[in-house]
Ligand binder design. Structure first.
Ligand SMILES: Cc1cc2nc3c(=O)[nH]c(=O)nc-3n(C[C@H](O)[C@H](O)[C@H](O)COP(=O)(O)OP(=O)(O)OC[C@H]3O[C@@H](n4cnc5c(N)ncnc54)[C@H](O)[C@@H]3O)c2cc1C
Length: 428
């Protein structure tokens, strides 16, 4: 039985506690439809379940009270505050979909998407940490891990160990399956040699999912997923990148010098790594789209607060000039459209429907909206938008990454066009 949670309770318990004590798990994270919806009247796409609303409110409160005061300093220092990472675990935000039996929150995919969006509204760097950990790393272990791997790693991923997803390399970005990192089988496990590039969370991570080719004679069909733990001999972080945006999120070059791992650290089946990576990145794109939607809203809110409540010129608030109001209204409309694409893609995934085109459209559009709106928001604030005292310029810098990672905008367009052409091509 669902018991409403009061504001007072929100202040004293984490989402993890709320979830396990009070809330029903209304939707399953498994992709197949498990319930009959024929009798349920269609609802607005942005309608949230009680669990999802609780997640939204908890994350929003945490982001404003705990993250916001740290955002500027973390960006300047290009560093994620370790105390904040601990709090993200304590709140249950790092194990959103991990089943409760493994110490996770046991919520659904849309809850994870909502958490990512709410975090990005305040700090897109924290948002991407949570996004990669939940939508790529946790999901990969939940989907393809053996029972032994799940028992060993899911409780850690839910409570204290950050994860990274290592696919990209110096030679393989958009053409991800041209990767050169190799794995060889040994008497008691595997040996990995090569290098990875652009790996999010690497400085904070204790756990790395690494894609390597176990049988290069088979081309991309040799790609296999492995688990490498921090501290394994021969594995090191070779470089931490200095970036334009999301500076508090670590992005690193990794090197693997004959790194030996036990045979249990094979993730899933040999040669299936390319399928796993495609599948998981299709889902992950909805997370990046949510990040970009949250970022756009955060930039918009930050600016309208200034132009409607603070800054006056010619005797009135600058946001009251029609030339400003129209831009503000247009921007909010675009954010709402991006959010509709994001939630629709998430709902389709949960319903077990084909969501690949929807995810690509959501990521493409949300990143465009984030760039446009955060850029305009700087202009609406005049000089105050350009200085590093506030967050306007940071949102704009952070927005650029949306068109690059988890498939560039061109790659999303390729996917959308390919799927459309399939639907609209007459056979024969
Ligand atoms: C901050 C950051 C974090 C990241 N985190 C991770 C991570 O955690 N794990 C991970 O594995 N990777 C990660 N990446 C890598 C990211 O996914 C790649 O950067 C991205 O896929 C693009 O690859 P690339 O940088 O090599 O660009 P390239 O593939 O070299 O692309 C360069 C340009 O060519 C265009 N292009 C390429 N191919 C085509 C085509 N077929 N049609 C049209 N245009 C094309 C692209 O759109 C782009 O404009 C991260 C990257 C960054 C910058």
């Amino acid at each position: 039985m669902y018991t409403p949670v009061t504001d007072a309770e929100f202040t004293t318990v984490s989402f993890l506690e709320i979830s396990s004590s009070y809330l029903l798990r209304l939707l399953s994270a498994t992709p197949r439809r498990l319930y009959d919806i024929s009798e349920i009247p269609p609802t607005p796409i942005t309608h949230l379940s009680d669990t999802e609303t609780a997640m939204q409110e908890t994350v929003s409160k945490f982001a404003k009270e705990v993250i916001l005061p740290k955002v500027r300093d973390m960006d300047e220092a290009e560093n994620m505050d370790p105390a904040l990472v601990e709090q993200l675990f304590e709140q249950g935000f790092m194990g959103v979909e991990i089943p409760e039996e493994y110490g996770g929150t046991g919520a659904n995919f849309t809850s994870a998407i909502i958490a990512i969006e709410e975090l990005a509204r305040v700090d897109p760097s924290v948002s991407v940490m949570v996004d990669v950990h939940n939508t790529l790393v946790n999901t990969a272990i939940t989907k393809w891990g053996t029972n032994q791997l799940k028992k060993k790693f899911l409780p850690r991923l839910a409570t204290d160990t950050v994860g990274s997803f290592c696919l990209s390399e110096p030679v393989s970005g958009s053409d991800a399956f041209k990767l050169a990192t190799k794995a060889t089988e040994t008497s008691d496990g595997f040996k990995i040699s090569g290098g990875k590039m652009w790996i999010t969370n690497a400085m904070e991570s204790g756990f790395f999912i690494v894609f390597a080719n176990l049988d290069p004679s088979k081309g991309y069909r040799g790609i296999t997923a492995f688990i490498v733990e921090k501290g394994t001999k021969g594995f090191e972080i070779a470089k931490k990148e200095k970036k334009l945006g999301i500076k508090a999120s670590s992005t690193c070059v990794l090197s693997f010098d004959d790194v030996e791992i036990p045979k249990e650290n094979l993730l899933g089946e040999r040669g299936q790594g390319y399928k796993y990576a495609i599948g998981i990145l299709n889902e992950g794109r909805i997370g990046i789209a949510a990040q970009m939607t949250g970022l756009a809203l955060g930039a918009w809110e930050n600016a309208v607060n200034y132009v409607w409540n603070d800054r006056k010129q010619f005797g009135q608030f600058v946001g009251e000039f029609q030339g400003m109001q129209h831009q503000i209204a247009q921007s909010y409309t675009e954010i709402a459209a991006a959010r509709a694409l994001v939630y629709n893609a998430a709902r389709k995934k949960e319903a077990g429907e084909d969501f690949v085109r929807d995810a690509a459209m959501a990521k493409l559009f949300a990143s465009q909206v984030a760039g446009r709106v955060s850029g305009l928001a700087v202009e609406w604030m005049g000089g105050m938008g350009f200085v590093r005292e506030g967050l306007a310029e940071k949102f704009w810098r952070d927005s650029k990454i949306g068109a690059i990672y988890e498939g560039t905008s061109n790659i999303q367009l390729n996917t959308i066009a390919k799927l459309l052409q399939k639907d609209y091509t007459t056979s024969g």
